[in-house]
Design a protein around this ligand. Structure first.
Ligand SMILES: [Zn+2]
Length: 63
């Protein structure tokens, strides 16, 4: 049986209860990291595409 290491802290796994992690803490850390990463929507960070229809209400610009 090959010895596995925890992907989070790189310690050898003693229990397989939280495999592939060594403990619940490491599993939680990795899970939260993974979730945070997946929550970030690419391309939608700072710029708010606020298309207000009131943007062009000066009729002088028509000329
Ligand atoms: Zn660990």
């Amino acid at each position: 049986m090959p010895q596995k290491n925890c992907p989070n802290c790189n310690k050898p796994l003693k229990l397989l209860d939280f495999a592939p992690f060594c403990c619940k803490r490491c599993a939680d850390v990795d899970l939260s990291r993974w979730l945070k990463g997946s929550y970030v929507i690419p391309g939608q960070s700072l710029e708010t595409t606020d298309d207000a229809p009131e943007g062009r209400r000066s009729s002088e610009d028509e000329f």
